[in-house]
Design a protein around this ligand. Structure first.
Ligand code: B12
Length: 229
């Protein structure tokens, strides 16, 4: 059956999620929007829709990109479709009655334009009651410093998806040390090529493998810091 003949609303949850992964792969924005709304209407939590359909779908795209089956233009379409789904989930994920827990400045490092993971972390942090200042992509050390000066955040988040851009995190952290302000912020780093060892090497406070872990880590590090004061 051609894709055109598939009526998403008639699929079971399982088939719908499988179809959404295919649609994300094919960069079909409207279908992703429809599927996202359908799952929400069926009582799925925004977090489950996000992780089980969109993030899981993007993982498949990532594997085929790595293996040379998909190329940049196709992956861009997938990314746009994913962002369209995220735009529907965003207000649901960020709505919170929780008292403000602290502030995070976040950005993707210089030379790197990947922003889906960073945006997701920002959304989940907002949903957990943090105020998030998103600097965007391709952020150099001066921009991070200016934002820390202006917003006085408890947390600084840096994202990098490329092995060539992740070392820039050390440039930023070393500059914080030189300026005598390293202790003012908790530095969280993330992105697919990173790991805990790397975070230790560059002098970050923690590596977080996903957005949910970021929220837990941010909470526990802020609490630890309060207890030390
Ligand atoms: C989508 C994508 C693109 C899109 C980006 C669109 C966008 N607006 O973001 C486009 C097509 C533009 C792109 C371009 C390129 N890409 Co690309 N891309 C990807 C892909 C397929 C998915 C990334 C993604 O969005 N994942 C989904 C999100 C949800 O996951 P995530 O980013 O990992 O984020 C989670 C965690 O890592 C963590 N996290 C992320 N950030 C942060 C920040 C903080 C503070 C914390 C605490 C946690 C955290 O939490 C997030 C949520 O759970 C990856 C494959 C992969 N395996 O990652 C390749 C990948 C990252 N890209 C790659 C490459 C090579 C490129 C290009 C160089 C290709 C080219 N030849 O031009 C360019 C680079 C452009 C540049 N200068 O940045 C390689 C990198 C290889 C390497 N070792 O460095 C990868 C791994 C693909 C591959 N296997 O070859 N890419």
């Amino acid at each position: 059956m051609a894709d055109d003949d598939i009526i998403l609303a008639e699929l079971s949850d399982e088939d719908l999620v499988a179809q959404m992964k295919d649609d994300l792969y094919d960069g079909m924005k409207e279908e992703i929007e429809e599927g996202t709304r359908l799952l929400l209407d069926r009582g799925w939590t925004p977090y489950d829709v996000l992780t089980k359909s969109l993030v899981a779908g993007m993982q498949i795209v990532g594997e085929d990109f790595r293996d040379g089956i998909l190329f940049v233009p196709e992956v861009l379409l997938s990314a746009n479709a994913m962002k369209a789904g995220m735009a529907i989930l965003r207000p649901l994920l960020v709505e919170t009655g929780a008292p403000k827990q602290g502030k995070m400045v976040i950005g993707t490092v210089k030379g790197d334009i990947h922003d889906i993971g960073k945006n997701l972390v920002g959304m989940m942090m907002e949903g957990a009651g943090f105020e998030v200042v998103d600097l965007g992509i391709n952020i150099d050390v001066d921009k991070y410093l200016a934002a820390i000066e202006e917003h006085q955040p408890e947390l600084l988040g840096m994202s990098a998806l490329l092995t060539t851009t992740m070392p820039y995190m050390k440039v930023v952290i070393d500059t914080l040390v030189q300026k005598g302000i390293r202790e003012k912020v908790i530095v969280l780093v993330g992105g697919a090529p990173l790991n805990e060892d790397f975070a230790n090497q560059v002098g970050a406070d923690a590596y977080c493998r996903d957005a949910a872990v970021t929220v837990e880590t941010a909470r526990s590090l802020i609490e630890r810091r309060h207890n030390q004061l």
